[in-house]
Design a binder for this molecule. Structure first.
Ligand code: FES
Length: 85
């Protein structure tokens, strides 16, 4: 994961091919009422760093978090920066 010019940690969101948003960095997730989710059980570490996964497909049974339902539903989406230019 990268840092900004002041060496402060930054949040990075990775759009996964046909899958979730992986969110790296010091984030809080709050629900529609403003209540904060406990992210401790959702945090995992991979080769980039510690992250949570947010659902991008709409099929998760643990919204707003990804539960890998996208695999069963065959969700397909691979947006790229170039798509918006
Ligand atoms: S992106 Fe994984 S369950 Fe929706």
């Amino acid at each position: 994961m990268t840092s900004d010019d002041n060496s402060q940690p930054v949040v990075e969101i990775h759009v996964r091919p046909d899958g979730s948003y992986k969110v790296y960095g010091p984030v809080r997730v709050v629900d529609v009422d403003g209540a904060e989710y406990d992210l401790a059980p959702r945090r995992k570490t991979d080769k980039i760093g510690e992250r949570i996964k947010l659902c991008r497909c709409g099929s998760s049974k643990t919204m707003p978090f990804c539960d890998d339902s996208h695999v069963e539903t065959g969700f397909s989406s691979q947006p790229r920066v170039a798509d918006l230019q």
